[in-house]
Design a binder for this molecule. Sequence first.
Ligand SMILES: Nc1nc2c(ncn2[C@@H]2O[C@H](COP(=O)(O)OP(=O)(O)O)[C@@H](O)[C@H]2O)c(=O)[nH]1
Ligand SMILES: [Mg+2]
Length: 395
Amino acid sequence: MKYRFSPHDYIVFVVSYLFFFLYIGQVNNVLPFPLPAEIPSWTYLVVAIVFNIWVIPIPGIHPRKPPEVAEYKPEEIVEKKPVKPALKELVPTSKEKLEQGLSQTHKGFINRISAVLKGSQTLDEAMLSQLEETLVGTDIGVKTAYMLFEHVQKQASSIDSPDAAMGIIHSEITQILAHRQMPLTIPADIRPFVIMVTGVNGSGKTTTIAKIAHRLKNDGLSVIIASGDTFRAAAIEQLEHWANKVGADFIKAHEGADPSSVAFDGLQAAISRKIDVLIIDTAGRLHTRETLMDELKKTKRVLDKKMPGAPHENLLVLDATIGQNAIEQTRQFNNAIDVSGIALTKLDGSSKGGVIVGIANEFEIPIRFIGIGEGMDDLQTFDAQQFVDALFLDN
Ligand SMILES: Nc1nc2c(ncn2[C@@H]2O[C@H](COP(=O)(O)OP(=O)(O)O)[C@@H](O)[C@H]2O)c(=O)[nH]1
Ligand SMILES: [Mg+2]
């Protein structure tokens, strides 16, 4: 039998011997102090015996609980491994990925605002001017910063707490983003559906094309990708690698080929092979910005001539790590080629993702996708409410 002795058992054990010595000392008259005369000496012996017996575990009289901690058995521990929860931790849900991806932007944007608001109990002049300064210093752009600030300022006299001010900012941002939630759909009556993907070098065009193609393939659509970024040989190879990986057809160009003729070849192939979706990669940098924009305009014209209405989606890919510069990039591309949708990439590696609010506020362009990682499944359809929930989440 196994027993567990608690500290008070040891104390009782020691006390039992104390009474035993008192009994021995009293009977032999050797105690250095007198014990009360009215207590008979055998009382000490009885107390000593009772205490002693109490400590000794005797089944039936006073059984002890077996130890609560089981003996160490390695094989038991291996058997009890929580297999399912561990797998769940390894594969985060898309919501968890989004929250994780936006955690840096939360720190670089929302936390900066709440730090100001937590600085005082009242919304006084000093706090308002600090809030103004902070908003202008975030990545949402001056125009949107002032718009948000004015909303708070207008209601400053009627709201009683800095928390309420945060509530106003929260609901304004929700509204701004909600207006831009319009997922990219591929209508059944447009075949091939043509997507032209633009954006500066390194913004994530090629990766985003691969992710979109991967999605479309999963949805059962056939996809063809054309390598319109003919400026760099490495860009063509990178795209070919992805096309093979996701199982899309590929129209390969040689370095320096005319991008619009590659787009044309892609469209012709898509029509003759009865492919559902054609995605065209484009260059992100030419000799000057004007030549780049002229080239993109030409590609658009060529596509439209071959298939009136094409490209059906003019997707601009923006890198969230560049912050406010993304607003200027949107302006330039939109002025030149009428952007019809935006994909904002690298939110996972940026604290400047607040720029999405500025873009959404300044341009009436749907935000189609957000990129939150390099993996094929790390492109999410933009959902304003989910985005705001993750953005404001204090984790
Ligand atoms: N962390 C992260 N990296 C990304 C994301 N999207 C693209 N990238 C990376 O950004 C780099 C440039 O992407 P690429 O597609 O080549 O850009 P392109 O020059 O516009 O075609 C590559 O290393 C990508 O893996 C994203 O959402 N998150
Ligand atoms: Mg590329």
